[in-house]
Design a protein around this ligand. Structure first.
Ligand code: ADP
Length: 321
């Protein structure tokens, strides 16, 4: 028989992402409306283990939908892989009579939720990460905002490249997922994009630059996904093989913050409501996702074993036009 849930917790964990607050808002409001009590667990699994758990009211989540970051705070607690550490977390939940938890974050956060589910606390994962590296959803909460931030930044960089007739190499985030690099490259008409180590073709990049120069082009933007090729290496290659004097920009943490886009807010609200409904139906150890208009729930183990997103969807567009 499914145990009736009366109190739920919500936490955000791993890297912050714009739209996490919109998810928290939807989870709290929908849970309250469904007759549940809701608790915020501060700073992810770290706050859980340390017992930093606070009640959340209707008004506590007023006006947070438009705010970047996460009002609950986030942290990393590598020790949460140890059953003994998780046991402390379970005790803290039991102290507050919390029956179930919604865990907002990436695949690491999902694993924490799965392990808690196995220990008798049903958890549902909600995809909150800028990287779009979770295959059980078409888009993760935060990806669209981050992409727009990159595009706006690269547009500015392009103005300088254009005015000074320069080549600027821009490193963007994405962990090991090529989506941010590829999509920002398409949106910013970058001359070349490095989205994986394997597909980086130094000679092709130099050929594209030289051909463009012959056509009279003087400004170049090369977009590089983090963890692929160091931007300094690309800078050196271009400097040694062309008459350009390239500069590097690492966009860094500016990509993570900021007001969430309408797309991310809507996605977060839809997924947050769906996650609470799943807990009410007695589900556990699953994560939610959206493919177009469809909402899907996937076993966390299966979701984390799905092949990682690759570049194939947009690959044909990557070739310079
Ligand atoms: P993300 O959720 O964005 O992938 P991390 O991989 O850093 O970020 O994971 C966030 C947190 O989730 C970790 O700091 C840890 O507390 C917890 N976690 C990650 N992997 C596991 C695991 N295998 N078992 C239990 N908890 C985990």
């Amino acid at each position: 028989m499914v145990k009736q849930i009366k109190k739920i917790g919500v936490l955000t964990s791993g890297g912050d992402a714009p739209g996490m607050n919109a998810a928290v808002y939807a989870i709290v409001r929908h849970a309250l409306k469904s007759g549940l009590e809701v608790y915020g667990i501060l700073d992810g699994y770290k706050g859980l283990v340390e017992g930093r758990i606070v009640p959340l009211s209707y008004n506590d989540v007023s006006g947070i939908v438009s705010r970047g970051g996460t009002i609950l705070g986030t942290a990393r607690l590598p020790e949460f892989v140890d059953a003994e550490v998780r046991e402390v977390g379970v005790k803290q939940l039991k102290k507050h009579d919390i029956d179930a938890v919604v865990c907002i974050g990436g695949d690491g956060t999902y694993m924490g939720g799965l392990r808690l589910s196995e220990m008798g606390i049903p958890c549902i994962g909600v995809p909150g990460t800028i990287d779009n590296d979770i295959p059980s959803t078409e888009f993760t909460i935060g990806f669209d905002t981050c992409l727009n931030t990159i595009v706006e930044s690269v547009d500015r960089i392009r103005d300088t490249a254009n005015s000074h007739h320069r080549c600027i190499i821009v490193e963007v985030m994405g962990r090991f997922c090529p989506d941010l690099a590829i999509r920002s490259s398409l949106a910013c008409e970058s001359e070349y994009v490095v989205y994986s180590k394997d597909t980086y073709d130094e000679q092709e990049m130099l050929r594209v630059i030289k051909e463009d120069q012959e056509k009279g082009k003087k400004d170049f933007v090369i977009i590089v996904a983090e963890h692929t090729i160091p931007v300094q290496d690309i800078q050196k290659t271009i400097k040694e093989n062309t008459d350009l004097d390239p500069r590097c920009t690492i966009l860094g943490h500016v990509q993570r913050g900021g007001r969430p886009s309408a797309f991310d807010r809507v996605l977060a609200v839809r997924l947050g409501i769906f996650a609470v409904d799943l807990l009410l139906q007695g589900e556990a150890g699953k994560c939610v996702g959206a493919f177009g208009e469809d909402l899907v729930a996937t076993e966390i183990l299966k979701a984390n074993e799905l092949p990682k997103k690759q570049a194939q969807d947009v690959k044909p567009c990557v070739k310079k036009i």
